[in-house]
Design a protein around this ligand. Structure first.
Ligand SMILES: *[C@@H]1O[C@H](CO)[C@@H](O)[C@H](O)[C@H]1NC(C)=O
Ligand SMILES: *[C@@H]1O[C@H](CO)[C@@H](O)[C@H](O)[C@H]1NC(C)=O
Ligand SMILES: *[C@@H]1O[C@H](CO)[C@@H](O)[C@H](O)[C@H]1NC(C)=O
Ligand SMILES: *[C@@H]1O[C@H](CO)[C@@H](O)[C@H](O)[C@H]1NC(C)=O
Length: 341
């Protein structure tokens, strides 16, 4: 049946006495992996060939050769070619190629060849690349304790942290997205901080990439600004340029008891806008306020460990001195014996 279709088609094409008028290209189209994808034929999509005048159409990939015909349209009948099973491709009412389930191996160039009534053949081609959009809300800032809205999140730091990083991440996309960090002013203006990012192969999703970008943050009065991480790329489609704005809060630590509480208690502690905090306690005086009782547990343990280590080494030195004394006393005895013998 398929072979008959093809033969009939070629007879029509020959009788038509065609010349290849042109080959219209239509850039690169990104189709979502695991979904149906549609590729339109450029001369048809542009309106150069009216739909009702199309008698014959072929879709080819990866090259324009008979043995690469995927599917054909012939006077109203659509049929897969070259042994391709039914249901893998289709030609829809707009003479676009439908790939029923886009996979990585479908990437490549697709050619369409159209024979309009009483006109020469027209070819077109389109480059197709597979994309994988991120599944979760993105971009994500790893230090964020909660997302306030789709594009806002909050980071909370205890004010004994003077330096830290903000890390923005977009997981499992194809192709990899690009990230940039901006400073966001209250009037909505922005200023680029960094457009550097790193890309790694994703661990859990085949053939996808994870992009991350870190910026160092120093707790100072500059921190009254908000930080914006913005993501760009073909993988994001209509959500290209999506961003998240990070607002940093500093928790107030005043007494010994609060510093001993666990991390869960930290979120309950009173919150201060950093600007207010600067008025209340400039960085210098803040440092003065943090007495030895406010030293974090880690430092306290380190101190105890150092003291124990010092005692132990003192004991070792004393032992060593005693041992050396005994040896130096014995030596002359041995010498005497030698002399005697
Ligand atoms: C699409 O193809 C992939 C890979 O072969 C398969 O895992 C998935 O189930 C398919 N999806 C549909 C909707 O058929
Ligand atoms: C054909 O294209 C038009 C406009 O682009 C669209 O509205 C319509 O849904 C398409 N029809 C089919 C069958 O794809
Ligand atoms: C911040 O990031 C830099 C570079 O990625 C890293 O070397 C440093 O250890 C990070 N600092 C903190 C506090 O995480
Ligand atoms: C995404 O948006 C940026 C800035 O708006 C633009 O320069 C870029 O071309 C866009 N990329 C894609 C793939 O749409």
């Amino acid at each position: 049946m398929k072979i008959i279709d093809l033969t009939a088609l070629w007879i029509i094409l020959m009788v038509g006495g065609f010349i290849l008028a042109n080959d219209i290209e239509d850039g690169t189209i990104f189709l979502e992996r695991g979904n149906p994808g549609i590729l339109s034929c450029p001369p048809v999509a542009s309106g150069q060939i009216p739909l009702d005048q199309i008698e014959v159409m072929y879709w080819y990939s990866p090259v324009l050769r008979d043995e690469n015909i995927l599917i054909s349209y012939f006077l109203g009948n659509v049929a897969p070619q070259n042994g391709i099973p039914e249901g893998q491709y289709d030609i829809n009412g707009n003479f676009s190629l439908v790939i029923e389930n886009v996979t990585d191996s479908d990437e490549g160039t697709y050619y369409c060849r159209v024979k309009p009534r009483l006109r020469a053949l027209v070819d077109g081609h389109v480059a197709m690349r597979v994309k994988v959009a991120p599944q979760k809300p993105f971009p994500d800032v790893t230090q964020c304790i909660q997302r306030v809205s789709e594009s806002e999140c909050e980071v909370e730091w205890s004010n004994d942290i003077k330096k830290t990083n903000l890390t923005c991440i977009v997981r499992d996309t194809k192709p990899a997205v690009a990230l940039r960090w901006l400073l966001e002013y209250s009037d909505g203006g922005t200023q680029l901080i960094s457009d550097r990012f790193t890309v790694q192969l994703s661990e859990f999703s085949v053939n996808t990439f994870t992009t991350s970008a870190s910026i160092p943050i120093v707790a100072s009065n500059v921190d009254k600004y908000m930080y914006r991480c913005q993501a760009y790329g073909e993988a994001l489609g209509a959500r290209n340029g999506s961003h998240v704005t990070v607002t940093a809060f500093y928790t107030l630590q005043t007494s010994h008891s609060t510093s001993l509480q666990s991390n869960t208690a930290v979120t309950v502690m009173p919150r201060l806008d950093f600007t207010t905090e600067v008025h209340d306690a400039p960085e210098g005086s803040q440092n003065d306020m943090i007495g030895p009782t406010d030293t974090p547990d880690g430092y306290r343990y380190a101190f105890i460990a150092t003291a124990v280590a010092l005692c132990l080494s003192l004991a070792a030195i004393v032992g060593l001195v005693i041992a050396v004394c005994k040896i130096s006393r014995r030596k002359p005895e041995q010498n005497e014996k030698v002399e005697v013998q």
